[in-house]
Ligand binder design. Structure first.
Ligand code: 13P
Length: 268
């Protein structure tokens, strides 16, 4: 995959409610992309769909896009009712794994330590981990964003070998910018300048732990209310390697324009 490939990660969360709907959605994405008639589309866009885990093995593996799992467990096997091991996710077709999504941290009490254990489990596999970090509204209002992000990165990467860095993706997803965390219908994303600052911060923290040249190459993506309207301003943040899309990845109407604009980003 070329280094200019832009990651577009669809996090479907706990949607849609049937396999049939999930299949239809994927089919419609593929049809829409086909109709764009861009022969180099798949060289420029790396589409990763993260459906609910139960659909993974049943959702046909696409020729072009990859599948991801929304969460994994850190243990390799055993008496952990309800959990999914990395090997199982791989076997079901997942090539990517979201780790430490804020909804896991908030609703299921996932700690920085657990995120670190999950990352260790994932880097031992062939899957690409997507480690999610981001401050909540209170932390932001208290001016704690830098401290929170630094802590989350330092903990997540504790004892992770530098050799694993090139394959890890980091998603900066401020909790307050996630569409379902907001009241009303505001489609506010983080200010592109702030996002640029966070990308620099994450690379700085990684270069303190590892070394600058390797840290600079780590791919960082942004998530939080990405939609067809605001994608253009995110594409201007040229240090971003992609986007993580929640709600807008659940309809072709919203998702296709995001893919189309991400494809044409160099011409924007
Ligand atoms: P929204 O795009 O709906 O804000 O969700 C973001 C998200 O949490 C993706 O992981």
């Amino acid at each position: 995959m070329s280094k200019n490939t832009f990651l577009v990660v669809a996090n479907w969360k706990m949607n849609p409610l049937t396999l049939k709907e999930a299949e239809r959605l994927v089919k419609n994405f593929e049809g829409g992309i086909e109709r764009l008639n861009k022969r180099d589309f798949w060289e420029k866009i790396n589409l990763i769909i993260c459906p609910p885990a139960i659909y993974l093995g049943r959702l046909g593996r696409g020729k072009h896009y990859s599948l991801g799992i929304q969460n994994i467990y850190s243990e390799t096997r055993g008496a952990f009712t309800g959990e999914i091991a990395v090997r199982m996710a791989e076997d079901a077709g997942a090539r990517y794994a979201l780790i430490g999504h804020s909804e896991r941290r908030i609703h299921f009490g996932e700690t920085d330590e657990q995120v670190n254990l999950k990352l260790h489990a994932c880097v031992k596999s062939l899957m690409t981990p997507i480690v999610c970090v981001g401050e909540n509204l209170e932390e932001r209002n208290n001016g704690e964003t830098t401290r929170v992000i630094s802590r989350q990165i330092r903990s997540a990467f504790h004892r992770i070998s530098i050799l694993n860095l090139p394959k890890i993706v980091i998603a900066y997803e401020p909790v307050w910018a996630i569409s379902t965390m907001k009241s009303g219908s505001s489609a506010e994303i983080d200010d592109p300048n702030d996002i640029m600052g966070i990308v620099i911060l994450i690379k700085k923290v990684l270069s303190d732990i590892y070394q600058k040249d390797v840290a600079d190459r780590v791919r960082i993506i942004y998530g939080g209310s990405v939609n067809p309207t605001n994608i253009a301003s995110l594409l201007e943040v040229n240090t971003l390697s992609g986007v993580l899309v929640g709600g807008a990845s659940l309809t072709v109407f919203d998702f296709l324009p995001i893919l189309r604009k991400a494809y044409g980003r160099e011409e924007e």
